[in-house]
Design a protein around this ligand. Structure first.
Ligand code: UT7
Length: 332
């Protein structure tokens, strides 16, 4: 017998302030036409002065807990995926834990940049399967605007701030089944997660600071074309790996909920899967790239507007600095 992790609630939060491409073009040498044409981004949300990653994370987590209809006291693990923690330490997750009123268990941050949410999904799922946690709050939250070089037009136009969260809970015990067996990919919950990284590509996307190297926070540096090339190849391969592991075909997928970096990358993955565009949840036009927050933000939007329904098969995938990449397949 084995346990499935079921997603029983979701929530998200975007800071109030919206910065349009037109506003950006008054600050740096760029245009709305260039940004929309190359990325699909029209605007991004930015955290207010004094509004921290923990504040965004808390609001998303509160909404996810309310949606799940549980109390914070029932949560025994809180995982926060972020690249922009409030401080080098303690883990921002511990601040959120206390503000939520979570009194049991443990809280920690994980760092896989834009892949943070799928990494977190794998960690949460494995804690639940191992019997070490029963109710997990998984949050992706970022104030990426704080690590941007606002004079570097090749990066500062791409990112935004926000947070999204899900609540996972141990479901009923179900009989063991291996790929190919009838029923192995039926039932609710996380069907599988798949993670990869390749440190040989560190230089394509990184922050030029840190506590041990410069004792400064640093700014995002990116070889955009290099990242783009890897994204298209790695995301196609992770999607195939996930489908094969579950004995499924692309047409079995009801919704692709991808990390939102660039509309052209989303289109390329959908094309490779043969998925029509209306099966892809897209928020990059309004949120820009919110790193670890982008998947749970998109998921929450599609659940709340009624697109994602119980029983739907959802494929989430992401790639980010490291490079890291991964995917998770979930039956809603
Ligand atoms: O979450 C994962 C992390 N990131 C990604 O997945 C991003 C992956 N990469 C990309 O999305 C794309 O590579 C970008 C959108 C970043 C850039 O698009 P590109 O088509 O690869 O453009 P490029 O970097 O080759 O730049 C083309 C031109 C350059 O001018 P020249 O050298 O051709 O004269 C740039 O200087 O566009 C110029 N440029 C800009 N022009 C106006 C770069 N940024 C801007 C800008 N506005 N903001």
């Amino acid at each position: 017998m084995r346990i499935r992790s079921e997603i029983i609630g979701c929530g998200s939060y975007l800071p109030e302030r919206v910065m349009s491409n037109a506003e950006l073009s008054t600050m740096i040498d760029t245009t709305d036409e260039w940004i929309v044409g190359r990325t699909g981004i029209k605007q991004r949300h930015l955290a207010a002065d004094g509004e921290l990653t923990s504040d965004l994370a808390l609001k998303a987590a509160e909404r996810a807990i309310a949606h799940a209809g549980i109390s914070a006291a029932e949560v025994d693990l809180l995982i926060l995926a972020t690249t922009t923690p409030d401080n080098t330490f303690p883990a921002t997750a511990t601040k959120v834990q206390t503000k939520l009123g979570m009194t049991n268990g443990a809280a920690f941050d994980i760092q896989a940049v834009c892949s943070g949410f799928v990494y977190g999904l794998a960690v949460a799922d494995n804690f639940i399967k191992a019997g070490q946690a029963k109710t997990v709050v998984l949050i992706g939250a970022e104030t990426f605007s704080r690590i941007l070089d606002w004079e570097d037009r090749s990066t500062c136009v791409l990112f935004g701030d926000g947070a999204g969260a899900v609540v996972l809970r141990a479901g009923e015990k179900i009989p063991d089944a291996s790929p190919g067996e009838v029923g192995h990919n039926r039932g609710r919950g996380v069907l599988s997660t798949h993670l990869h990284s390749d440190g040989a590509t560190n230089d394509l996307l990184y922050v030029d600071g840190g506590p041990s190297s410069t004792q400064t926070v640093g700014h995002v540096r990116m070889d955009g074309k290099g990242v783009f090339r890897h994204a298209v190849a790695n995301l196609a391969s992770i999607v195939i790996e996930t489908l094969e592991a579950n004995g499924l075909a692309p047409e079995d997928i009801d919704w692709l909920v991808p990390h939102q970096a660039n509309k052209r990358i989303l289109d390329s993955t959908a094309r490779k899967l043969g998925l029509p565009n209306d099966k892809v949840v897209v928020t990059v036009d309004r949120h820009a790239n919110t790193s670890a927050a982008s998947i749970p933000l998109a998921l929450d939007e599609a659940v709340r507007d009624g697109r994602i329904k119980q029983g739907d098969l959802i494929l989430m995938e992401a790639m980010g600095g490291g490079l890291t990449w991964g995917a998770g397949l979930v039956r809603w």
